[in-house]
Design a protein. Structure first.
Length: 462
């Protein structure tokens, strides 16, 4: 390219990262648009960039017809042959046939300042569209990749950054609450998506996406990069805590140790990049119980059992002092573990589990006592003809006292054993009450608490 316009086209194409043909096409369309606004003749105007002169030639296209119906776009065959005969001779003129299109040059020097301004706007618009399409095509294939960016400015809580020579945005929802930046700061972020039709920056970056965590591990841990160690899952609550499940394809390689590094150097590098976000690295397992046990790290579990395999519900029992650690701050630890494993985790302390089991046993005992009482009543009814009246009266006679939370049958046993008043019961010992038929040591203790007015948990209903 030798003339100034051609040099300008080449420089613009290089700067915007587009082909020179795109710029030339934009110039041709811009001149055609300006020409239509200027001439307003209804002609079919066409432009063509002249590579030799560096100018844009303007033509009015007319179709050769037998009879002209619209002079703006048609020309008779006789007029066309006569015109060409004068310019190019008989041979060229006789070669014109019906349906041919003829080009009639029109001057562009008369377009004026307004037309030139219109042409300039069209050129910029076309170049911008081509540039945005190139950006979309290039970066849409890089979603999930980490990019180095420089903070430029802030707009309504969003951070506008520069990736190379292209502007990108980190929306407010994709920012970690533990981070703050100033113009000129460098930041690494993962490409979340690319918008084709956005008015602002097309590239959307994220500092909260788990993909960023995965890519940082790939960069810091050679075993992950070469495929020896595989990341099976990663979850984050950006700025607070993250969990990563890793698996080793080689028996001799410890996946957790490889990610942590010597004295924690590898994981510490990632923690610094994420501004102090805590990272739990756990070993992935095909066994869901083992995986959930690992995922609840740093808490230690006592027992883990599957409650509902179909609905993916699991119960975890931990020591009383481990309960708060297992649940985490505002439930964060168990929430991340559930997201990582895909199981709903119900955490209980040993004390809670013990109470639950005791309640279940008490329920079974109550049901058994009620069943036995029902059988006694039925047996008594069947043998009513031979039963003594005094026995029947004894079963139906009113009780001399009541104990809160203690069933009538139990109170009757106490009365029959000689404990005829609440004071008598309250003055007895657990061992004495346990000697009564059908009353165990534990039940005796609860009866004693009720008689003395002391608080008791799960007082039996009999």
């Amino acid at each position: 390219m030798s003339n100034p316009l051609q040099q300008t086209i080449e420089a613009l194409a290089k700067e915007k990262g587009i082909e020179p043909d795109v710029v030339i096409s934009a110039i041709e369309e811009a001149v055609a648009t300006a020409s239509r606004k200027y001439y307003k003749t209804g002609e079919n105007l066409k432009t063509r960039f002249n590579m030799e002169t560096g100018q844009v030639d303007l033509f009015a296209l007319k179709q050769v017809v037998q009879d002209v119906a619209n002079a703006a776009v048609e020309i008779s065959i006789d007029e066309a042959r006569q015109m060409y005969r004068e310019l190019y001779g008989d041979e060229v003129a006789d070669g014109i046939e019906l349906g041919d299109e003829m080009e009639f040059p029109k001057p562009t020097e008369v377009l004026g300042r307004i037309a030139a301004q219109t042409a300039k706007q069209v050129i910029f618009q076309k170049v911008r569209e081509a540039e945005r399409e190139n950006i979309f095509t290039e970066y849409n294939q890089q979603i999930g990749e980490v990019k180095n960016a420089t903070v430029k400015r802030f707009e309504n809580g969003d951070i506008i950054v520069e990736v190379g020579r292209i502007e990108a945005v980190i929306p407010r929802k994709e920012q970690s609450r533990a981070e703050s930046y100033n113009p000129g700061d460098r930041v690494r972020a993962v490409i979340k998506g690319v918008n084709r039709s956005a008015k602002g920056p097309q590239i959307v970056l994220s500092r909260t996406d788990p993909a960023l965590l995965i890519k940082l591990f790939e960069q810091e841990v050679p075993e992950i990069y070469d495929g020896t160690v595989v990341i099976r899952g990663a979850v984050r609550e950006a700025g607070d805590r993250a969990k990563v499940a890793v698996f080793s394809r080689e028996r001799d390689v410890d996946p957790v140790g490889a990610c942590v590094g010597m004295k924690g150097t590898r994981v510490q590098s990632i923690i610094r990049e994420l501004r102090g976000e805590k990272i739990d690295i756990v070993e992935w397992s095909e066994d869901p119980i083992a995986f959930v046990t690992n995922a609840l790290s740093p808490a230690k579990t006592q027992r883990v059992q599957i409650v509902d395999d179909r609905e993916h519900v699991m119960e975890v029992v931990v020591e009383d002092k481990q309960l708060s650690l297992a649940i985490g701050k505002k439930g964060q630890n168990v929430r991340l573990a559930a997201k990582l494993t895909g199981w709903r985790i119900d955490i209980k302390s040993e004390e809670e589990k013990r109470r639950e089991v005791e309640a279940q046993f008490e329920g079974l005992e109550t049901a058994a006592d009620e069943s036995a009482a029902t059988e006694d009543v039925e047996a008594g009814a069947a043998a009513g003809a031979t039963a003594e009246d005094g026995d029947a009266e004894g079963q139906d006679s009113p009780l001399p006292y009541e104990l809160s939370g203690v069933g009538e049958k139990t109170v009757r046993k106490l009365v029959e054993a000689g404990f005829g008043s609440v004071e008598a019961v309250a003055g007895a010992s657990v061992e004495q009450l346990s000697e009564v038929s059908g009353i165990g040591e534990k039940t005796a203790g609860k009866i004693l608490s009720a008689a003395r007015g002391e608080p008791s948990v799960d007082t039996p209903q009999e």
